[in-house]
Design a protein around this ligand. Structure first.
Ligand code: HSE
Length: 294
């Protein structure tokens, strides 16, 4: 039996719309075991069938590897928050692919895994950091996903503010304009390289000035209830950067340390919606696995 751990991720990171993604030390965990049939353990009833995303990815990887197996038992041990912009679907896709590699004794090849995962997800910005860890910049070249990693300085701390409502990626994409003013594209693009270096060098004074976006955030923040209130709370206490995680609804605040977390949590309690808080560091390893005795 193999246990596969895939980090949750935050795509876009403000000015990196559809290219940047960062992995966090909070994981979805699945077990994979050979079986004589298809079995699901701990999944909600509606996901206990062949349309289960982990299984779809598992089968796609088997095809890629040109391997067959009789059956598989997939157990869900921990799931990143679903439909909150924290890459939960990517964790399912990446785990399913790893499951197929591991149960067939195939050598792990992260670039091939990225290729299979991108085909399923349609874009590499969440799956790349889920596989490789750290902060990834990715793009598609004729359907081929190219990704590079940037190290996030260990001193960075991230606060994921997760509300009790969803935003659907499809709706969040519909909220975007078909055309952008050139100055808005330049606003985001000109910040991108600086942001990457600031994450590597722990340059929080620069990060605080440049981590901003005019490609997607101005349009999407309207879909996230209490966006302004949450941002104001964070900025009035401690914030070295604030951005929408993926297409929302989670918001990310960057902090120096844990000192102000409780204070921010206290203020969030006064809001109408329930905002849960995860205090996380960047993940440096990406997906990991362990062989276990059954
Ligand atoms: N880059 C994507 C978006 C991530 O923001 O729409 C969500 O899947």
């Amino acid at each position: 039996m193999f246990e596969v751990r895939v980090p949750m991720t935050s795509a876009n990171v403000a000015c990196g719309f559809d290219t940047l993604g960062i992995a966090f030390q909070e994981y979805s965990i699945f077990d994979f075991e050979l079986s004589d049939r298809l079995e699901f353990v701990n999944f909600e009833e509606e996901f206990c069938n062949e349309d289960n995303l982990v299984y779809i990815a598992f089968k796609k990887a088997l095809n890629f590897l040109n391997k067959t197996i009789k059956g598989v038992k997939i157990s869900l041990k921990k799931q990143a928050p679903i439909a909150r912009g924290l890459g939960s679907s990517s964790t399912c896709v990446v785990a399913g692919i790893y499951g197929a590699y591991l149960l067939t004794g195939s050598e792990i090849n992260k670039n091939d895994i990225l290729k299979i995962a991108t085909e399923i997800e349609g874009h590499p910005d969440n799956v790349a950091p889920a596989i490789f860890g750290n902060l990834c910049a990715s793009c598609l070249v004729d359907d081929e996903a190219i990704t590079v990693q940037y190290d996030v300085d260990d001193r960075f701390n991230f606060m994921a503010l997760i509300p009790n409502f969803e935003t659907k990626t499809a709706d969040a994409r519909k909220a975007l304009p078909k055309e952008l003013p050139l100055k808005d594209a330049i606003f985001s693009l000109s910040r991108l390289g600086i942001v990457l270096r600031a994450f590597e060098n722990y340059d929080i004074s620069i990060l605080r000035k440049v981590l901003a976006d005019k490609i997607h955030e101005p349009y999407r923040k309207k879909l996230i209830y209490e966006y302004d209130e949450v941002r104001n709370i964070c900025e009035s206490i401690e914030s070295y950067g604030f951005f929408i995680s993926g297409s929302g609804s989670t918001l990310i605040n960057i902090l120096k340390n844990e000192n102000n977390v409780e204070l921010i949590k206290e203020k969030l309690k006064k809001l109408k919606y329930d905002w849960k808080v995860l205090f996380v560091k960047a993940d440096k390893e990406g997906t990991t696995y362990e062989e276990r005795n059954v």
